[in-house]
Design a protein around this ligand. Structure first.
Ligand code: NAI
Length: 709
């Protein structure tokens, strides 16, 4: 056996799960078989009066199922069979002749939580690392080891639905209050308490404390009529949120509902649907994405042997405006002190207030304690001079988007810094090489493109020029990760990667306005395709002024292909800025809440108020293919180092639908030859805008895919 060892503590057997050669425990077919053998031997040993299941890893209980194994299923029947088999083994734990107690410290995810739910009693350590979740739907699957059946029984229908449909993690304290676990103790006494509890339960001495659920929940969930309401609400909300793009969510609801109708049938439905979901393209894409993000976390950012990343124990942020404040907030949150500089005291004061607002939000949500909040605030010091800059290894520049201003601050700050210090610019559109021209040490200049709002957007695009030194790259990548960001490294080029693939997509939306297509038709079509917001809404959110500037830059860099639409130019000229001046393509109320389309905007748009809808599929085809083709160009031009980075950048940077796997996975599922054909058809209608990228044409000729070239 490679997964378990049995340690005796008197008449209690402690089953220690310690998967050989792995840093975390994972559940696989062979682990389940081993587990069964453990229970065979415990069954035979009459001296065993109680059992404890505990992890041998220092900081994790069970991380979940071995995801590699999901990809080995060849048919839905096989996957269902694996699920049913696992269910049977866990049922054995539930009905074992002696009580089984789960002692949970660290992550208890997926199959790990399903195992815990099969036990008679659960004790969690009161440690921040102890988190419980059923995240299967995030991989396009449903829990397949009894989770959809036992979780509702344990915590009630509403909380079970919430946990399974969102995959969110529950901390020990909440697990205790909701009845997910029966007890919470300090990690130091976890094992001892579990052994004692197993013994007492074996002797019939303790009764598990009854769970108390609110009266409303009881009334709603205690009868079929009430439950029908809860299920209906869950189905409606899920359909509205996912627009049918994530089949695992309705499947999970079906499995849960089946369990209420008949417990036995519930398990069978769960196994069947698990099998079906394991075969969906959606699940394959989400699993690839999971592997891609895991691999990216280990990527140093440079191709050759990577220099160890220099630590960044403190930073300076230049510009205390919107972006500077966001960057400062997440930096102090990561425990790194910041020198926060602007030109005047009032501007610095404004920046500090903005940082406070971001940090306060987490205090209000109780994600940090008052003490932690105070500590974070004290890590930031405002300044209007360059004092204290001699010992900062990294300066992040977020001043106005103006090359002259950027050059001025670069020339000012460089003599104040240590020769090895890195100057990272947060420019959104200026080529990094242009910024570096003013530098005496261009090898220390790099781009750190954060997205707005900085504390919410998960992506950081790091931009390197041919001159950027490898150790500057690894230091900035490691630092970005420390800030909690998903980091991709791209080569310097107009618009870098993320905004570049967004440009033709947004432009094409503008051209549709030129042709008379209604605003809401465009937005609705792309929501249905899977984007979190439609392109015209996005324009309003980003700000029409900013979108206009970047549109002009793309037009200049790429010519006719990316020439901005007439509509955009005219609406911007009318003074509309979008959400920030509560006047854009949409209407906003006093509190800034977005209302319907502002019909008066059509006075600036060709065709005026008479709008001509076109088929949804046509909108989706034109917009999505514009983006896919541009992504192919970026790959061909080596703007991105590999397709993986392009897929992740699009998903985390602009909300490209995760279930489609990213632009390159999407290209592969369409197929190069088919895509070329469709692009050529569009190019015939809109000459110059859809010419298939050279790489795509070549792939079509050779029958290749992006990921297998
Ligand atoms: P902002 O106008 O809110 O802030 C700029 C700040 O720089 C102001 O506080 C200004 O006083 C300060 N500043 C100007 N000259 C300075 C100097 N010589 N020394 C120190 N501070 C100086 O602008 P925002 O939106 O924060 O943008 C900053 C940078 O971030 C720009 O390069 C922009 O392109 C980029 N960016 C903006 C995004 C956005 O959504 N707003 C997204 C990603 C990047």
């Amino acid at each position: 056996m490679t997964a378990f060892r049995i340690e005796r503590d008197g008449d209690v057997a402690v089953v220690v799960f310690d998967l050989y050669g792995e840093s975390v425990n994972k559940i696989s077919k062979s682990v389940i078989a081993d587990f069964d053998r453990v229970f065979d031997s415990l069954e035979r040993d009459a001296s065993v009066k109680g059992v404890v299941v505990i992890s041998g890893k220092p900081d994790g209980f069970i991380a979940g199922a071995d995801i590699d194994e999901f990809l080995t299923f060849t048919t839905a029947e096989r996957a269902s069979g694996a699920s049913a088999d696992g269910q049977a083994r866990f049922a054995r734990v539930e009905t074992f002749r002696a009580p089984v107690v789960a002692a949970i410290h660290g992550a208890c995810m997926g199959g790990g939580l399903e195992l815990a739910l099969s036990c008679r009693h659960r004790i969690a350590s009161d440690h921040p690392k102890t988190l419980l979740a059923l995240p299967e739907t995030q991989l396009g699957l449903i829990p397949g080891l009894g989770g959809t059946q036992r979780l509702p029984r344990q915590v009630g229908l509403q909380m079970a639905l919430d946990m399974i449909l969102t995959g969110k993690s529950i901390r020990a304290k909440k697990a205790l209050h909701s009845g997910l676990v029966e007890e919470m103790v300090h990690p130091a006494i976890l094992r001892q308490t579990a052994v004692q509890r197993a013994r007492e339960l074996g002797e019939g001495r303790v009764t598990v404390p009854p769970r108390t659920r609110g009266i409303v929940a009881k009334l709603l969930e205690g009868n079929p009529l009430g439950r029908a309401i809860v299920f209906r609400q869950a189905r409606t909300m899920t359909a509205a949120k996912t627009r049918g793009n994530y089949p695992a969510l309705p499947a999970a609801i079906t499995a849960i509902a089946a369990g209420y109708a008949s417990p036995e049938a519930g398990f069978a439905v769960e196994a069947k649907l698990f099998g079906e979901m394991a075969m969906t393209p959606v699940s394959r894409q989400l699993i690839s994405l999971f592997f891609a993000t895991t691999a990216l976390k280990k990527d140093s950012g440079v191709a050759a042997v990577a220099p160890d990343p220099t630590q960044v124990p403190r930073v300076a942020v230049l510009g205390t405006g919107f972006m500077g404040a966001g960057i400062t907030a997440i930096t102090v949150q990561a425990g790194v002190p910041v020198r926060f500089k602007d030109v005047t005291h009032p501007q610095v004061g404004k920046g500090i207030a903005a940082v406070r607002d971001v940090l306060k939000e987490r205090l209000k949500r109780r994600q940090v304690t008052r003490q932690q909040y105070d500590d974070q605030m004290s890590l930031m010091s405002g300044t209007i001079e360059y004092s204290g800059f001699a010992n900062v290894p990294l300066v992040v520049e977020a001043v106005f988007e103006d090359l002259t201003v950027k050059h001025k601050v670069l020339r000012e700050v460089e003599p104040m810094l240590h020769a090895d210090a890195i100057f990272a610019t947060n420019t959104s559109t200026i080529p990094i090489a242009d910024v570096a021209r003013a530098s005496a040490r261009p090898s220390r200049v790099i781009g750190m493109h954060f997205f707005s709002p900085v504390h919410k957007m998960p992506l950081l695009e790091v931009i390197v020029t041919p001159q950027t030194a490898a150790d500057a790259v690894t230091a900035v990548v490691a630092f970005g990760r420390k800030l909690g960001k998903t980091v991709i490294v791209v080569n310097d080029s107009p618009g870098f990667y993320v905004n570049r693939i967004l440009a033709p997509y947004m432009n094409e939306a503008g051209r549709m306005l030129d042709e008379g297509v209604p605003v809401e038709a465009i937005d609705q079509a792309m929501l249905a395709w899977g984007f979190p917001v439609g392109p015209i809404t996005l324009l309003d959110e980003v700000g029409l002024d900013i979108a206009g500037k970047s549109g002009a830059i793309f037009g200049a860099a790429f010519g006719e292909r990316l020439r901005p639409s007439e509509s955009m130019g005219r609406v911007i000229a009318s003074g509309r800025l979008g959400r920030k001046n509560k006047k854009g393509f949409y209407r906003y109320d006093e509190r800034g809440k977005r209302k319907g389309v502002d019909q008066t905007v059509y006075q600036f748009v060709p065709g005026g108020a008479v709008r001509k809808p076109i088929p949804v599929a046509e909108i989706q085809e034109r917009l999505s293919l514009a983006m896919l083709n541009e992504a192919m160009r970026c790959l061909d031009e080596r703007v991105i180092r590999q397709p993986r980075d392009g897929d992740i950048g699009a998903i985390f940077g602009i909300g490209f639908p995760p279930f489609r796997g990213g632009p390159f996975r999407c290209v592969d599922s369409i197929g190069a030859a088919e895509l070329v054909k469709r692009l050529e058809a569009l190019n015939a209608r809109y000459p110059g805008r859809y010419e298939p990228s050279a790489l795509l044409v070549q792939m079509a000729k050779n029958g290749q895919t992006v990921y297998a070239r």
